[in-house]
Write a protein that binds this ligand. Structure first.
Ligand code: HEM
Length: 538
């Protein structure tokens, strides 16, 4: 190690005081001075060159150790799993896809009383918050809206759209986009899309009934078609044909690369990443994704400008095009928002639906109640489309969707960067600190959810809602200023899909919840396929 060569031998597991750091710095400075004097004597140009290159590296490393000492001291009161010098907690991770989420959940459960813990990513701390109490430092703040570093890795695809942007840019965009999610015309168009695509998906299951199948790829294709048409006004036909775009998004090629990059820090700098084959593949996929959305946006803009938009169905894109001049949006601005909807609105919903199907298959009593509710609403009509009125009557289905999102949230954690010093349940969090809000652990707090691991949709019935009355005890869509803008869209979509499926089929599975290994890969995924058998009801 460079530090050892310079005689810098402190074990970093021991917190260093500032005085120690300064004395070490002095020592290194003296050594450097000595080296410079030596180099003068030798008047060797390569040697001076090496010194010039090494000095900023040494200063950087010393600065890191100085910060490490400050973090160690500041987070003394926050528990963490056992650390190893320089590695921090990295030695506890394996190449198994589920190892990171497993470590987070096991640590959260061990330190539930303390309401947070620290994970040391080598010498860098991540403070993980696991208790609903105190979350107002992020959820009720209009200032604490900056996302953590990891989100930078989706920026090559999404640029700085709504998910990744911050400050005034985020505020302006959120103001422009929010009304679209409450617009009655748009919601009506979306309802037609949900019905059509859910029906296509269900009919694909017809030929596969009576045998265990992995429903995920079918559901992912369906949710991709839905968001594509809702966002851009054009379906990408993921359920009926193959295309480069669908392969890149639905088969998760782009997502896999982003996840791989997240777990390999030496690939974080862009210039290094591009040198690896995976970096070049990433570029290729980005071109496919960007070309696809850019072409659709340009076509739609031309029709829009020429008043030739014959489609009665409105898309998010139309509301952006309509505001283009007033809000001074460029085509690139519009594209980053459309790409963001494609990213956020497809896999999150697919994961939620897949987990909901699994939990319904596991609990015949719950499934019976769902069938009863659906029979009451549709009687024997297996084909008619769901209306808004139908959806309003699906109260029990809503409880089932919520309980699924509680136990198996599509987004198990979210990241923030503290903008100023904060205090969370008595623990100090320094400005600039990366914090994870561990939604999955927050949802398992027995204080708000008795028998937290039990799948019990009844806890969301209005008469029982006092049990989880804390504002931030149930936050699958995050909460506060920076919550999920697509929450209502997603709930309606889930209701249409599940009621269409359950009108025709019953679901069973031979797997148990303990068999399912879960990985955090941008969203939460089952490491191995979940098999469900669909049986025609009549
Ligand atoms: C079950 C489905 C969904 C779940 C569980 C979910 C969950 C979330 C969560 C937890 C966040 C906060 C992310 C963070 O702070 O880092 C978020 C943000 C967001 N979601 Fe969703 N989401 C879902 C569906 C959707 C859909 C269908 C859309 C689009 C139509 C969408 C669009 C967005 C956008 C644009 C953001 C960023 C909002 C902002 O920062 O202002 N989501 N979502």
């Amino acid at each position: 190690m460079l530090s050892h060569k310079l005689g810098f031998t402190n074990e970093i597991s021991e917190p260093m005081t500032l005085a120690e750091i300064y004395s070490q710095t002095l020592l290194v400075d003296l050594k450097l001075c000595h080296l410079v004097q030596e180099s003068k004597k030798m008047i060797s140009f390569p040697f001076v060159g090496i010194i010039i290159i090494l000095t900023p590296i040494v200063v950087y490393i010393l600065n890191l150790f100085r910060k490490h000492a400050i973090w160690k001291k500041a987070y003394e009161s926050i528990p963490s799993p056992p650390c190893v010098p320089l590695m921090g907690n990295l030695h506890l991770l394996s190449s198994e896809r589920d190892s990171f989420l497993r470590l987070l959940m096991a640590t959260a459960s061990k330190y539930r009383e303390q309401s947070c813990f620290c994970i040391w990513y080598s010498i860098w701390p991540i403070v993980v918050l696991t208790n609903a109490d105190g979350l107002e430092i992020f959820f009720s703040s209009t200032k604490e809206i900056t996302k953590s570093f990891e989100y930078k890795l989706v920026e090559p695809w999404l640029k700085t759209g709504l998910l990744t942007s911050k400050g005034n840019k985020w505020r302006t965009r959120r103001r422009i986009l929010t009304p679209s999610f409450h617009d009655a015309n748009l919601l009506q168009s979306f309802l037609i899309i949900f019905n059509e695509q859910s029906r296509i998906c269900t009919s694909r299951f017809e030929t596969l009934s009576e045998q265990p199948i992995d429903m995920y790829p079918f559901i992912a294709a369906c949710t991709l078609d839905i968001i594509c048409e809702a966002a851009m006004g054009t379906s990408c036909q993921a359920q009926v044909e193959k295309s480069e775009y669908v392969e890149a998004v639905a088969r998760y090629q782009i997502g896999d690369i982003i996840v791989q990059r997240m777990t390999t820090p030496w690939m974080w700098p862009n210039f290094l990443f591009k040198l690896f084959p995976i970096g070049r593949e990433h570029e290729k996929l980005l071109k496919i994704l960007h070309d696809f959305s850019r072409n659709i946006i340009n076509n739609r803009a031309q029709q829009f400008g020429g008043n030739q938009l014959h489609s009665k169905r409105m898309a998010f894109l139309d509301t952006l095009l309509a505001k283009m001049h007033d809000e001074q949006l460029t085509m690139e601005d519009i594209q980053e928002e459309v790409d963001t909807f494609m990213f956020e609105g497809h896999d999150t919903t697919a994961a939620a639906l897949n987990f909901a199907c699994f939990l319904i298959a596991l609990h015949p009593d719950v499934q019976q109640k769902l069938h009863d509710e659906i029979n009451r609403i549709f009687q024997d009509d297996l084909e008619r489309a769901c209306s808004m009125d139908d959806l309003k009557q699906m109260n029990y289905l809503e409880c089932v969707i919520k309980e699924s999102l509680r136990l198996l949230p599509s987004v198990p954690s979210i990241g923030r960067e503290a903008q100023e010093d904060l205090t969370y349940n008595g623990h100090k969090i320094l400005a600039g600190q990366t914090c994870y809000i561990l939604i999955k652990a927050i949802h398992l707090d027995p204080k708000y959810f008795p028998e937290p691991n039990k799948f019990n949709p009844d806890r969301f019935l209005p008469e029982n809602s006092a049990q989880h009355s804390h504002h931030f005890a149930f936050v699958p869509f995050s909460a506060g200023t920076r919550n999920c803008i697509g929450q209502r869209f997603a709930m309606l979509e889930e209701k249409v899909f599940l009621s269409t499926l359950l009108r025709k089929f019953s679901l069973t599975t031979t797997q148990t919840i303990e068999d399912i290994r879960l990985a955090e890969e941008i969203i939460m995924r089952a490491v191995d396929p979940i098999y469900i058998t669909l049986k025609r009801r009549r």
